[in-house]
Write a new protein. Structure first.
Length: 120
């Protein structure tokens, strides 16, 4: 899921409006995901772990929203094998790349080079 956040950050950087709220939300979500990785809650206790995090954090409206988002994605990964596989592959997305590079699944292209390396 951290790799998927990189893609979100890439999309955020390309927007033409004030992106401060987006940046704050993505940063908060990254913090929660890093806590999940560090503490490694058991799958059957994951929802309770998120709830405990929210309940023990003062002023946690934004945190609650990010935890709900993470829980929704967690449940989707449990139910949708394609989403789970995409996450396991590192959540590949063109939006995670620096501007000027294009990729497709299994291909990496430099936009000015005119050719692609399909072995990537």
């Amino acid at each position: 899921m951290l790799h998927a956040l990189d893609a979100s950050e890439g999309r955020r950087r390309r927007r033409k409006r004030d992106q401060t709220p987006d940046s704050i939300g993505l940063s908060l979500k990254r913090d929660v995901l890093e806590k999940i990785i560090a503490e490694d809650p058991e799958p059957e206790a994951f929802e309770a772990w998120l709830l405990d995090l929210v309940l023990h954090t003062p002023g946690s409206g934004g945190l609650r929203a990010m935890c709900q988002d993470i829980l929704q994605e967690y449940r989707l990964a449990q139910q949708d094998p394609r989403f789970s596989e995409w996450l396991a592959e590192g959540a590949p997305s063109d939006d995670a790349l620096p501007e000027g590079q294009l990729t497709g699944r299994g291909a990496t292209c430099a936009s000015d080079a005119g050719s692609c390396d399909r072995s990537a």
